[in-house]
Design a protein around this ligand. Structure first.
Ligand code: PXL
Length: 276
């Protein structure tokens, strides 16, 4: 059985980070090993969340894993809370993804702003981690902070291509920008592979509302599809389609949950997409 290890926090309520990565990757038929970086009562968009840092635990976990001889087809990092955790993520890649895909989703910003608690200096450290990945999947805000350039709300295709080329100059050979739109009402992901010099854009009709945690669902689905042997392009398509279906099902409910999407109800759809 294929295995993915993922390092991110566990927000007990919030449908993001590990509470989506674990079920989504497992549903795709892949064993999921987790490195929880912190326990929060909710994600950080709620007021008054509790927080317990688990960084001190991680070294022991990794040492034990090494003794057991574990290795993974992919290692995927999400929301990380400190520079120390970034250093540990690099170690995780070096020790457990020797043959596997290293994916960094540099969760730290959206809509032109860093999430609470992050600084531009942290973003540059995150960029160092991105350099050690094979694939990175930032949104445009995160990409701007990674590159240390101002965030631009309006852009054209040339601008996006230029950002993608810059993102792949330092290390990761493939970059995917999520949340890209060139046309009112359409939304998708734009990708670049430095080795083939090929760009790829996939988009869908945009769902009317944006939800927290959809970036984590996107990245989990993408890496699950890759490890299931789907191509880079097909994996992007599956991730975009699944997230759209999650939002559609959420909005179809009268009293839907504001803090996260009904991804659980879209599992049958996801599994059908994997069969294509
Ligand atoms: O979805 C990214 C994420 C993960 N974990 C925590 C968060 C966020 C986004 O705000 O707060 C704790």
């Amino acid at each position: 059985m294929k295995k993915i290890a993922t390092m991110q926090d566990i927000s007990c309520v919030g449908k993001c980070s590990l509470t989506v990565a674990l079920p989504v990757i497992s549903a795709m038929g892949i064993e999921t090993a987790v490195i929880p970086t912190a326990v929060l009562s909710t994600h950080t968009m709620f007021k008054g969340f509790t927080f317990c840092d688990l960084t001190d635990e991680i070294e022991g976990i990794l040492n034990h894993w090494e003794k057991e001889g574990f290795s993974f087809e992919a290692v995927y990092t999400g929301y990380l809370g400190s520079e120390r955790q970034i250093a540990i993520a690099k170690d995780l890649f070096a020790r457990f993804a020797k043959e596997g895909i290293r994916l960094v989703d540099p969760c730290m910003a959206d809509n032109g702003k860093l999430y609470a608690g992050f600084t531009p200096e942290f973003a540059l450290k995150m960029n160092d981690l991105c350099k050690e990945a094979d694939i990175i999947c930032p949104n445009l805000t995160e990409a701007s902070f990674l590159l240390g350039i101002p965030y631009q709300e309006t852009y054209d295709e040339e601008y996006i291509k230029d950002i993608l080329v810059k993102l792949t100059e330092g290390g990761a050979s493939r970059a995917i920008l999520t949340g890209i739109s060139f046309e009112e009402g359409m939304l998708g992901a734009y990708a670049y592979d430095r080795n083939t010099k090929e760009f790829y854009y996939y988009c869908n009709e945009e769902e009317k509302k944006h939800f927290h945690g959809t970036g984590d669902i996107w990245a989990s689905t993408f890496i699950g599809a890759m490890v299931n042997g789907k191509s880079f392009e097909k994996s992007i398509e599956i991730a975009c389609d699944y997230v759209k279906e999650c939002i559609r099902l959420t909005l179809a409910e009268d009293n839907y949950n504001e803090y996260g999407v009904n991804f659980e109800q879209a599992f049958p759809y996801l599994l059908r997409k994997l069969e294509d």
